[in-house]
Design a protein. Structure first.
Length: 231
């Protein structure tokens, strides 16, 4: 099965090389698609050093960038990760193995801290995610550690850019009726803890709960007070 990995990127010149180097080390061959989302630094030039599949999206926002990346990808399976993330060598391979079951439409895994800080916070978030899904309380998926069948986008549409946080969850709530969604505990990635450094754990938890409530009631979220954090 052909795999494309989509990486949305906005002013990620410092961390993007680590991400793309980890993708080039994959044991399973994959197409790397980077979508530059109006970066003012050298993100685009850096991406071009690692892959020819670099596209631009002028509408600002991660969802716009992901959608453009997906549309530009040629794989049957689409994996998504963040420009501030590092994936292990068998990351793609471990996900692909589960798609041999035709009932499986999406796989996702946990996220650990890249710098080694905030381990308890990341573990708590991973645990809360599993509990929410198992109880049906909420449908939460780590959007930076996921793989899905590309034909899902033709069936249910793309990500909704009006939903600025928990953006993946409206999409995944629609697709879960179409097949199996599996949590792969042994396929973690590492993501930067810069957001936790900047905002603090309690603020992020409270912000997340408020946005979950807004998404439930109005189908939208609000990140007007949630500034971009870059190293």
């Amino acid at each position: 099965m052909r795999v494309s990995v989509v990486v949305p990127a906005y002013n990620e010149e410092k961390l993007l090389p680590l991400c793309l180097e980890s993708l080039l080390r994959q044991s399973y061959p994959c197409e790397i698609v980077v979508c530059d989302n109006n970066s003012s630094d050298s993100t685009y030039a850096i991406a071009k050093k690692y892959t020819d599949n670099v596209v631009r999206e002028h509408n600002q926002g991660a969802l716009h960038a992901i959608n453009m990346g997906v549309k530009s990808a040629s794989g049957e399976l689409i994996a998504i990760t963040g420009a501030d993330c590092v994936v292990p060598p068998d990351w793609v391979k471990n996900f692909v193995a589960h798609f041999r079951d035709p009932e499986v439409i999406t796989c996702y895994g946990p996220v650990d801290p890249l710098e080694g800080r905030h381990k308890r916070y990341f573990s708590m978030m991973n645990y809360a995610e599993k509990i929410c899904i198992r109880t049906g309380l909420w449908f939460v998926i780590q959007g930076a550690n996921v793989m899905m069948r590309k034909d899902l986008f033709a069936r249910v549409g793309y990500f909704d850019p009006d939903v600025e946080v928990f953006e993946e969850n409206g999409f995944f709530k629609k697709i879960r009726k179409l097949g199996r969604v599996k949590f792969i505990a042994r396929n973690p990635i590492k993501a930067s803890g810069r957001r936790v450094d900047e905002c603090g754990k309690l603020h992020l938890v409270l912000f997340g709960l408020m946005q979950m409530l807004k998404l439930t009631l109005s189908k939208k979220t609000d990140t007007s007070q949630f500034k971009v954090v870059r190293q």
